[in-house]
Design a protein around this ligand. Structure first.
Ligand SMILES: Cc1cc2nc3c(=O)[nH]c(=O)nc-3n(C[C@H](O)[C@H](O)[C@H](O)COP(=O)(O)OP(=O)(O)OC[C@H]3O[C@@H](n4cnc5c(N)ncnc54)[C@H](O)[C@@H]3O)c2cc1C
Length: 382
């Protein structure tokens, strides 16, 4: 179930759920000059990635992977096989764009592709904070956030807090020529100040994807690495951008909390909204995935090379609560693709106002609860 079949008449591609993102990107561009917006890591599978959204650096320009989905084939709880699209079983088509695993096993997804750019601008800007000053971190982060509110959709951008918080790396790719990106970068530096070091190059599309994915795109026959990790997410509404106090509290947490034995951690501030982002131009009720009026998805990620401990979990949970406790009135949400088995109230955090409709559809299409497990629709809270 990893076949990738391109249809040149409709410029669509049908993909088995077992195909991986890197192989999809490589085949689409190499043989057809086409592309999709999807996640960064080449080893991520199309099956789960599409099931819950599917974000990548081209998503502000082209949408989430579910926004490019035209139809799917799935096996329902009663064993029947259905084709779903805007015309065929539209309720199921709506539901699988954000909560697919609750409704069936998808055996094929068909997407609308885009013309692959010949080149994009790859950039990484490194801002150093060797003393772990929370004030400096908060000022830089707030400036980046203010700039992000109006960033053009061709900018794919994340800020990664790395090296124990001593470096913030703001980077990604720009889907246009270098000459157009230079003033955009200048407008960022106008608020953040100049970075300590810079990487800025025009790169072929597949080269850029391999760079941001930190490895070759072709995965077939090459085993993936393994990681012992815990990740959490925080989805931030555009109506309540993060405050200086929230950024400071986060920095104080990671600067002052001992984490013996943990190999590394990072926090990734992904700009999903802002400006004319296509993600946020889609109504919250148009797909089961609801977080359309949102600016950031923040991913908190801690990995360890020894046996996992409660202290490790407390460290990552503390990062999130440092921010949320500073903004008790903000309606923070979560992203189901950054699966968090310890998330309380996941129904509302993953699905917000779309949950009641999803719960009714789950009862209709899976009355015996075949898919009722973990954090699938209808399962109990923690
Ligand atoms: C290294 C790494 C990088 C990542 N980067 C990104 C990123 O840039 N952007 C982003 O949005 N996400 C990213 N993710 C999250 C990723 O999208 C999810 O983990 C995704 O669910 C993985 O899907 P999978 O098919 O590879 O995994 P699986 O473990 O096979 O599937 C995960 C879940 O998806 C559901 N599912 C899988 N296949 C099907 C199917 N055929 N039908 C119905 N339901 C199905 C099931 O609930 C399953 O438990 C990343 C994850 C990792 C580990």
């Amino acid at each position: 179930m990893a076949q990738i079949t391109y249809n040149s008449t409709g410029t669509t591609v049908s993909i088995g759920p077992g195909a991986r993102l890197g192989d999809v990107a490589w085949q689409l561009d190499t043989y057809h000059g086409r592309a999709l917006a999807h996640g960064l890591c080449p080893y991520v599978g199309v099956g789960g990635h599409t099931a819950f959204g599917g974000w990548g650096l081209a998503s502000r320009n082209w949408g989430l992977l579910i926004d490019q989905l035209l139809s799917a084939v799935l096996v329902l709880a009663d064993g029947s096989v259905v084709h779903v699209s805007a015309r065929q079983s539209p309720d199921l088509f709506w539901a699988i764009r954000g909560a697919a695993s609750s409704f069936g096993i998808v055996t094929q997804y068909t997407f609308q592709t885009h013309q692959a750019p010949a080149t994009v601008v790859r950039y990484e800007f490194f801002f150093e904070n060797p003393t772990l000053s929370s004030a400096k971190f908060a000022e830089l982060s707030r400036s980046y956030q203010t700039w992000g509110l109006t960033a053009p959709k061709e900018v794919g951008i994340v800020a990664n807090v790395i090296e124990g918080g001593k470096v913030v790396r703001i980077g990604g790719y720009y889907m246009g020529p270098l000459a157009d990106f230079k003033p955009i970068a200048a407008s960022l530096f106008h608020v953040t100040g100049l970075p300590n070091s810079t990487y800025l190059e025009e790169r072929a599309w597949l080269v850029a994807l391999a760079e941001v994915g930190e490895g070759p795109l072709q995965t077939i026959g090459i085993p993936d690495g393994h990681d012992t990790f815990f990740s959490k997410s925080l989805v931030v509404p555009t109506s309540s951008p993060l405050t200086t106090a929230a950024f400071s509290a986060l920095a104080e947490h990671f600067a002052n909390t001992p984490i013996p034995g943990i190999t590394s951690w990072f926090i990734q501030f992904e700009l999903w909204g802002g400006g004319d982002s296509l993600i946020t131009s889609i109504p919250s009720t148009a797909t089961a995935y609801p977080h359309r009026a949102h600016l950031w998805t923040i991913q908190f990620y801690v990995r360890s090379k020894r046996a996992w401990t409660a202290q490790d979990t407390a460290f990552i949970t503390g990062m999130v609560s440092a921010m949320t406790d500073s903004m008790p009135d903000a309606l923070f949400a979560a992203y189901a693709n950054y699966l968090d088995p310890e998330l309380t109230g996941w129904q509302n955090k993953y699905y917000a106002g779309n949950y009641p409709k999803l719960a009714a559809l789950q009862k209709k299409f899976d009355p015996k609860g075949v898919f009722l497990k973990d954090q699938n629709i209808g399962a109990p809270n923690l």
